[in-house]
Design a protein around this ligand. Sequence first.
Ligand code: AMP
Length: 178
Amino acid sequence: MAKAKLNLSRIIGKHPDFPKPGILFRDINPVYRNPAALKFIADEFSRRFSKTKFDVSAGIESRGFVVATALGMKACKGMIMIRKAGKLPGPTIKKSYDIEYGNATMELQAGAVKKGQRVLIADDLIATGGTGIAAAQLVEELGGKVAGFAIIIELAGLKGADRLREMGYKVESLVVYD
Ligand code: AMP
């Protein structure tokens, strides 16, 4: 008998006007602290990327770290942290970009990705796609190849996931909101 699919959208939290007026913040914390939901995310992404070859997963700070670690462990791969500026030691490369509520700079250690390595990028949510594009640019600048994007929540109205798809990237999202 088929098992009932876990309904992630019922578990994801919702906070109007956070962190700024006009932003409806989708809170992934209740999902991460729910063992069945966490397992569902790892299982569902490994199923969707079962035919995609990747050497390492990369998480976008900080909510993407959880997804990337789950995927990396499940596939017996390592995990790379793409961090906000100023947190990583040693030589790094940086990219600045706009987000739904402001702007940001992401950073990657220069030795984190080897030439030709296939990197699966993970985050909790995609809105305008600025963060995802910056992450892809960082990976590619080091000679890596983006194997795809594993994103829990897609805000379809902001078209970020479609921007990435139009650029030729495989994007898998588990919950889509308008
Ligand atoms: P973007 O670059 O516009 O695709 O924004 C994606 C990044 O900002 C992700 O790392 C999200 O965690 C965060 N983010 C943007 N909008 C929201 C939102 N409405 N709710 C929760 N997180 C958001």
